[in-house]
Ligand binder design. Sequence first.
Ligand code: CIR
Length: 254
Amino acid sequence: MRIAITRGLAPSIVNCELTHLEREPINLEVGVEQHARYEACLEELGCEVRRLPIEPEMPDSVFVEDAAVVLDEMAVITRPGAESRRVETLSVSRALEAYREIQRIEKPGTLDGGDVLLIGRVLYVGASERSNRSGIEQLAEIVAIHGYQVRVAPVHGCLHLKSAVTQVGEGTLLMNPAFTSIECFEGLELLEVDPLEPLGANALLLGETVLYPAGYPRTRRRMEGKGLQVRTVDVSELRKAEGGVTCCALILEV
Ligand code: CIR
C-alpha cells in the first residue's frame, strides 16, 4: 500500500517563509480547496492519504516534505534550514515512527526534504540556502548503512533542489538547468522546462502518472510529447508560499 502523509493549511500560512517571491495575499479559502483537490488527486493516483492535524502556529506546516526524507528502510527527520520550521518535525516524526526506523539530522546540520531527490539508490541533495554541508554529510553517513549514495548538486535562484529538478519517468528528470547543474545528473534523461516557465520543474511522479501544477502548459505539452501521462492540479495559492506539488506530501510504501 502507498501512503501519502499530508497536513491541512494553517491560516497562518499568510506569514510563511519567503525567499524568492514577493509576499502576495493568499486566499485561504481557495488554498484550502486546492489542497483538498490535491489530496483527492493523490487518492485517485493510488495513495491512501493520512492527514496530520493542522498546526495553527506553524505557517509552513502544510509543506510536510521538508520535515523528513523517507526511504524504504528508514526515515531521516530533518533539521529544516528555516528556524521557524524546525518545530514541524515533531509531529511528522511521530507519524513516521509507525512505519519506519527513525534517524535524525542534528545541530549544526540543516536539511530540507525539498532538497533531496531520490533516484534508485542515489540521493541527489541540493546545497541550497536551507541545506548545509553538515546536514548533507550527516545524511550521507546515515543512508550509507543501507547502500545509498549521496551526490551534491548546486542550487541557485530557487528554494530547493526539487524546485529545479524532479523525476517524471523511469530515468527521466524534468529540469530547469538554470537552477542547478546538468553535469550532476549524468546518465539520466533530461527534459527541460519551457524557457517561459522557469518555475515549472516541480512535479510528483506517482506510479505512471506525473502530478503537475496547472499554469505551465508549455512544459506539460513537452512531457506529453515524450509520452508521459500528466495530471494537472491547481496549486496557485500554495505557489504564493513557494510551495509546489512535491512539498505537500510524504509518500511511502508500507
Ligand atoms: C518555505 O520557505 O519553507 C515555505 N514557504 C515553502 C516550502 C516549500 N517546500 C518545498 O518545496 N519542499
